[in-house]
Design a protein. Structure first.
Length: 65
């Protein structure tokens, strides 16, 4: 008599569970920060510019070193 055994698809992961990446605070994990573009003597804001986050260098993850 055959016994029907429900087999779950075995997904074996040999990789170690990676620690969750800590999001970079200034950019919130996006790797980009928007900053106001100012021109002139009065530093008038003419718009916003998106630049690479200098805290994480665009990786979005907080660096620990
Ligand atoms: Zn960042």
């Amino acid at each position: 008599m055959a016994v029907a055994t429900a087999r779950k698809p075995a997904r074996r992961r040999t990789a170690k569970p990676e620690p969750e990446p800590v999001k970079c605070t200034p950019c919130g994990g996006t790797g980009e920060v928007s900053r106001a573009v100012r021109v002139g003597r009065k530093q008038r804001v003419v718009g916003q510019q998106t630049g690479m986050c200098l805290a994480c260098f665009g990786s979005g993850e907080a660096t620990t070193d």
